[in-house]
Design a protein around this ligand. Structure first.
Ligand code: FMN
Length: 201
C-alpha cells in the first residue's frame, strides 16, 4: 500500500494556528503519512503587522518557512486547512491561497481527496463553527471528501467541536493548547489519513 500524503496548509498571525498545524503534522507522521506543513503567504501591510507585537514576533520567526503552493494540495491525499477566525470567517490570507487554485480546480485535481479544517478564536462563541463551515463551502466546490470529525471518538465530547478542531485563545490571546485540543488534533490527523488510505487502496 502506498504511504498516504498529508498536507497541512494554514495561516497564523500570532502563532496559535501554527502550533495546531505543528501538532497535526507530528500526529500525521506518527500515523505513517508523508507530511507537508505549509504556511500561506502573509498579505497584510507591514504597518498592520508592526502594530501588534505578537504578530510581528510570529512573522519574524516564521517568515523563512516554506510557503504553500498549489502543488501542495494536488500532491496530497488528505488536506487539513487552518485559519484563525476573522469576524467568524476564514482569514483573507488563506482565502487568497484557495483563490489561486482555480487552474487546479478546473482540471479536477482537487477532487476526491480527504479534507477537514481547524481554527482558533479569542472567544468561545466567537465564530469557530461559522469559520469552519465557510471553509467547507470551498471543499464542496473542489469535489472533496469532507471528513469532519463529528463525535467519532469519546474525546470529541471533551473538545466539543464536531466540525473540526478549534481552540479558544482568551482575551489576551495567549491561552496555550490544552490536552483536549491536542487529543482532538491527533484524532483529526489520524482520521483523515485512515480515510485517505482506504480511498487509495
Ligand atoms: C481582524 C480580526 C478579526 C477577528 N475576529 C474574531 C472573531 O470573530 N471572533 C473571535 O473570537 N476572535 C476573533 N479574532 C481573534 C483571533 O481569532 C485570534 O486572535 C486567533 O484565533 C489567534 O490565532 P493565530 O495566533 O494563529 O493568529 C479576530 C482577530 C482579528 C485580528
Amino acid at each position: 500500500m502506498t504511504q498516504p500524503k498529508l498536507a497541512v496548509v494554514y495561516y497564523s498571525a500570532t502563532g496559535t494556528v501554527h502550533a495546531m498545524a505543528q501538532r497535526l503534522a507530528a500526529a500525521g507522521e506518527k500515523a505513517g503519512a508523508e507530511v507537508r506543513m505549509r504556511q500561506v503567504a502573509e498579505l497584510a501591510p507591514a504597518a498592520a503587522i508592526a502594530s501588534n507585537a505578537a504578530w510581528s514576533r510570529h512573522f519574524e520567526r516564521t517568515k523563512d518557512e516554506p510557503k504553500a503552493v498549489p502543488d501542495d494540495v494536488v500532491w496530497a491525499d488528505a488536506v487539513l486547512f487552518g485559519s484563525p477566525t476573522r469576524y467568524g470567517n476564514v482569514a483573507s490570507q488563506l482565502k487568497q491561497y484557495l483563490d489561486t487554485l482555480g487552474p487546479q480546480w478546473l482540471q479536477g485535481l482537487l477532487a476526491d481527496k480527504v479534507y477537514a479544517g481547524f481554527t482558533a478564536s479569542m472567544t468561545m462563541h466567537g465564530g469557530q463553527e461559522s469559520t469552519l463551515l465557510a471553509l467547507y463551502n470551498t471543499i464542496h466546490h473542489f469535489g472533496g471528501v469532507l471528513a469532519a470529525p463529528g463525535y467519532t471518538d469519546p474525546l470529541k465530547f471533551v473538545d466539543g467541536n464536531p466540525y473540526g478542531v478549534s481552540h479558544v485563545t482568551g482575551g489576551a490571546n495567549d491561552i496555550p493548547l490544552g490536552d483536549a485540543q491536542l487529543a482532538a488534533l491527533d484524532h483529526l490527523a489520524e482520521r483523515v489519513i485512515r480515510i485517505a488510505a482506504k480511498l487509495n487502496a
